[in-house]
Design a binder for this molecule. Structure first.
Ligand code: PMP
Length: 311
């Protein structure tokens, strides 16, 4: 993946303030959160024109950094946005942001927008992309969700058509997911199941979905309208390593309702069991055996796999 090198975005040393305010990487500088601002003419803000990644660090190990940087580069390539930093430079900036904020366990948001331009849609008016990295403490789902499972609901908003805004791209255009989230919350649910325009299961607003049926772990193929989740891939790899058969399969709500187990995967959520969908109990109504096995295998993986940094 070709990414331009640019010295202007190199990590510059900035004065480490005595305050406890979080430092944000913004176009090569580290600025306190309250001063981390972008222009109202930034096309990321005006049009959602940009790409992003959500990454996590566990006890000073950045999990699947290479995979996240690759997905960022691929999303940028498809929208014809030239990243002003190489993958290596971005990785260094991420680690430096974590270190400056003295964060062991963190959520990392990397954003690259088209940059400041005029009011027209044409990205040609944007001279340089805006790059920022926010690292913060991770906000988790309640512990009870992991112990007892969660309850999700299908919402009317369907997942974006892959031929329109492909859900495989992690762009700043997240209104499709936000609409679904609002609909779930209107019905007092924390997460929404989204179908594609044909009525097949796609994914949730910020997580991929899996079921287990007759001992086989199944998840919808991403061409139906889902992000190629990095946690999703990690789970499929772990299933393979643990001799649990897994497959990509076109799934309907009927398949979900009659599954033995279900769970969601995502960088923030990790692996969270689902025990009810649209009021239908899944399996026994408790987190399943294979789900629990994969949850624990995933936890082990996050403890040993990743790019190490020291504080
Ligand atoms: N689907 C969507 C729509 C997402 O936003 C996310 C979170 N990035 C996921 C799935 C899960 O992907 P990952 O495991 O790479 O975080």
């Amino acid at each position: 993946m070709a990414i331009n090198r640019s010295s202007s975005h190199k990590t510059k040393k900035s004065v480490q303030t005595a305050q406890t305010e979080l430092l944000v990487y913004l176009n090569g500088e580290f600025v306190p959160k309250s001063e981390a601002k972008v222009s109202v003419f930034d096309h990321g803000l005006l049009y959602g024109d940009g790409v992003f990644e959500g990454i996590r660090s566990y006890n000073c190990l950045v999990f699947k950094l290479k995979e996240h940087l690759m997905r960022l580069a691929e999303s940028a390539h498809t929208i014809m946005l030239q990243l002003p930093l190489t993958g290596e430079q971005l990785g260094d900036a991420i680690v430096e942001t974590l270190k400056r904020n003295r964060l062991r366990d963190a959520y990392v948001r990397v954003v690259v927008t088209r940059g400041v331009g005029d009011l027209g849609l044409d990205p040609a008016s944007c001279k340089a992309p805006t790059v920022f990295i926010i690292t913060d403490k991770i906000i988790l789902y309640p512990e009870s969700f992991y112990r007892n499972g969660m309850d999700i609901i299908t919402v009317p908003t369907v997942r974006n058509l892959p031929e329109a805004i492909n859900p495989a791209l992690k762009t700043l255009n997240y209104l499709n997911n936000i609409m679904a989230k609002i609909e779930a919350k209107n019905s007092n649910y924390r997460e929404a199941l989204m179908l594609n325009h044909q009525g097949y299961v796609a994914e949730c607003t910020g997580d991929n979905i899996f079921i287990v049926k007759n001992g086989i772990v199944q998840t919808p193929p991403t061409y139906l309208g889902a992000l190629r989740g990095i946690t999703r891939q990690a789970i499929m790899d772990l299933a393979l390593r643990n001799d649990i058969p897994s497959q990509e399969r076109v799934l309907t709500r009927h398949d979900l309702f009659n599954a033995d187990e279900a769970f969601l995967t995502g960088t923030a959520a990790e692996v969270v069991p689902v025990v009810k969908i649209d009021g239908r109990k899944i399996g026994t109504g408790k987190p399943g055996k294979i789900t629990r096995k994969l949850m624990s295998a995933f936890q082990d993986l996050t403890r040993r796999d990743g790019l190490r940094y020291t504080l």
